[in-house]
Write a protein that binds this ligand. Sequence first.
Ligand SMILES: *Cc1c(COP(=O)(O)O)cnc(C)c1O
Length: 459
Amino acid sequence: MHPKLSEDLARLPELLDIARRCAVEALSGVAERPAAVPPAPPNPASLPDSGVGAEAALERFQSHWAPGFSGSAGPRYLGFVTGGATPAAVAGDWLTSTFDQNAAAGGDSSALDLEREATGWLRELFGLGTAHEGAFVSGATMSNFVGLAIGREWVGEQLGVSVAQDGVAALGNVPVLSGSPHSSVYKALSMLGLGRGCVREVATLPGREAVDVDLLAAELAALDGRPAIVVANAGTVNTVDFDDLRAIAGLRRHFPFWLHADAAFGGFAALSPPHAELVAGIDEADSVCVDLHKWLNVPYDSAVQFTRRRDLQVRVFQNAAAYLGPVTEEPDFVHLTPENSRRLRALPAWFTLAAYGRQGHREIVERDIALARDLGDRIAGMPHLRLLAPVRLNVVCFTLADDPTAERVGALARSVAGSGEAFLTPTVYKGTPGLRAAFSNWRTTGADVGRVAAALRAG
Ligand SMILES: *Cc1c(COP(=O)(O)O)cnc(C)c1O
């Protein structure tokens, strides 16, 4: 054994204790860490020949890299849709690495059954019925990818071909209809060989990001019986608008299409009885995407993917090999997701649900919604700002009252980030440059909203 490795083996408990102290210090200070840290010019070191051992590596990390890390796990990082990690989720993540299970194929570990228990809990949490079966993937992009891959196979089934066997060329063009699809849908379609160009953006309702269902019906009718894929959006990133999922699902009585619901963070509306109506009908989708590293507050990277057509999923993702055994009634995850070997990503989610349950996570969701409303009210009262849309859930989308050019809005974002107080990301909403403040962290409080508002006033 390499001497540094054997020294570290002998000192393992002590080393883990040092790492634990480092984590405790980071997490205790996360609320006061600058929300954003502009990176210094990089100065990459050369590959160590012999190495310094874990303790010295940790010291080097602490002095050289950690100060440049953002407060993205903290309460005033409101960029993108981010979320932190609950205490139980952090513990679960540590143990994922500790036990280092390969949750690909079963027979030697209970890890796959833990993942099945966790996906069952999530299914219930998001109001899906038992016809939906889930698997963990690395994020909503991969969840959309898997859902659309199953949809692609379904279109093949309608046309009497198997894309998994014969390739996309057997399929011809596949129309993919959606009102305000997330950018990752285009990326997924590119990876699937269907192409970004197959998306037909259907007009949204006036002043909204929700699809006009009558226009969607008209576009489906014009396909004249050709099978299609519809991506329904349950929570758009700019204004958290929701398609009418029930109405869209109802169109399947008249037109053949695969219904994929991108509920990356909007799916969490189901946890709050006053907001659950926003996702009514989601159970009728053929595939559903929900991100977990956003509003469930588990560490990166984690999302869940549900479908009613596991048979088609297996057709796409099966990895038949003698040493992996046959595909059974309850297929191993190696036959369900793009990865073969995969970490037990389910464990942090299992931990946070075991620790806080439905009510604990409902409280996080409802508090974040209330905080977004609060910031929205404060912004509405600031003469130099105006809201671009009502606050429907957890995102405040706003801009400068006068002359909101990309440059001036960007300057406000930089000034807020530069103060270290908060981090917000720019966007363009219906042609107007603006900013988004997305609330999805379990730590955020009313006092944080006060600090964000003060930073916006000063900016
Ligand atoms: C965040 C998001 C995605 C992509 O998620 P990743 O976890 O970054 O892959 C897809 N759709 C929507 C609506 C999102 O908010």
